[in-house]
Design a protein around this ligand. Sequence first.
Ligand SMILES: [Ca+2]
Ligand SMILES: [Ca+2]
Ligand SMILES: [Ca+2]
Length: 490
Amino acid sequence: MLMIVMLISGVVFFRDMPEERGITYRSLDANNIRTYVWDAGMFDRGNGGVAGFSWPKESNTYAIYFSGLWISCKVSDSIRVSEGYYNTNFRAGYFDFLTQSPKGFDDSLYRMYKVSPQFPNGGGDSDPWIKWPVNQGAPWVDVNNNGVYEPPTDYPVMKGDQNLFCTFNDGYRDSLQSLSATLPLRAEVHMYAYARANSPCADAIHYEWSIINKGRSQWTDFSAGIFSDIDLGTSNNDLAGTDSALGLVYGYNGTPTDPIYGAIPPAVGIVVKSAEGHSNNRADFASRWRCPFDCPTDSLEMYRVLHGLRISGESWINPYTNQATKFAFSGNPVTQTGWRDSLPGERYVIIGSIFGNVPSLDTIQFSTTSLIKRGTSNINSIAELKNCVNSVINVSNNSENVPAKFILHQNYPNPFNPSTTIKFEIIETGVVSLKIYDMLGREVTELISARLSPGTYSEEFNSGNLPSGAYFYRLQSGEQVKTMKMLLLK
Ligand SMILES: [Ca+2]
Ligand SMILES: [Ca+2]
Ligand SMILES: [Ca+2]
């Protein structure tokens, strides 16, 4: 928790950044997680320095207090660390390569953006699709392939039911107090985050980080990680563990009952979903620390943690194998085997990947997922969480195949006789209705009335003994409705 860090480090942390513009956040709450994502390299942080990752979202119970992106490298043998810690080094805006200076923080266009697949009615200037900052690097689909962003024909890439984007950089940090007092990496980060309503298996939030070296020097031994102050309900009775095969770090309640979560506390985890240049082993390191005993308190210790070492610079040694490892506490609490965490208390965790050398103007892609699951006990929650890791990752990686928007296609063939096919794409799970009407608006038939998952569907319509003429077909999925015309010629 915040107070402990303040005491041990002797550094003053800001709960709210007393700056000219301040930092801003947007929420993600498409599934049973509600979290707050800031335009400054941190997330799971509430407004006013309170816990920010609640689950179940209406229960006022929290599983994570704070999380942030940490990056580190060497430039000409000197260490550079920038961290989304309690006093984050990141601020909204880009890093200008020509002048080698940060820009945009005072520009209100550099902030957190949020879009959903439903194109807002009205099409006015306030509509999120129109404001989506494609010129800042926000991903979008150029439907008519002319290089110009023209919503609603073109639309934001929407892997989730809620999607966020912002650009931030570490160049402003010279003027900021921070735990890691190094020069900036001169990193520009494009963060895309999303949540899906039908998150499979476990509730999850996905983050995609594009980290650009905007300095003129190569980054040597660059690494990126996610730090998280997991607090499963009450913070003083937690434990943590890692799983190198799954690329997972997780926290769980160290006692069967938590005063806040009750008899069955959930387990919460962070998984490295993908890391550029990595295949099977996406994560290269994961560990936990027990503040105030072994927290990193300066840039050298943070650099070591971000390269899989202890804060002393020594390797972690697995006491069961006597082997050096970059995954601390990788035993299995479910089977009670191997090197496990003990003595429940305050826990922080970190997980990340090491990317080697990054030349000037190169971009590193790094994506992570935060997930939470409740089983039948504090320990069984870990087993259930692990069972969900692959399905959560796979679905999100395949989400390119899930339609990005609600579409009702023109029937084919058209005109038709006697039958035609109607194709449509839906983006949310729910009751779908497809009805045929005649020219006077009278319902002729209902082709579909069913609960469907997101996907692409085709339905054949046979006109039977209906007379020639124009007909309408009307698709409804949740709040979304679209009607199109077709022509029967006999
Ligand atoms: Ca276009
Ligand atoms: Ca707890
Ligand atoms: Ca904690």
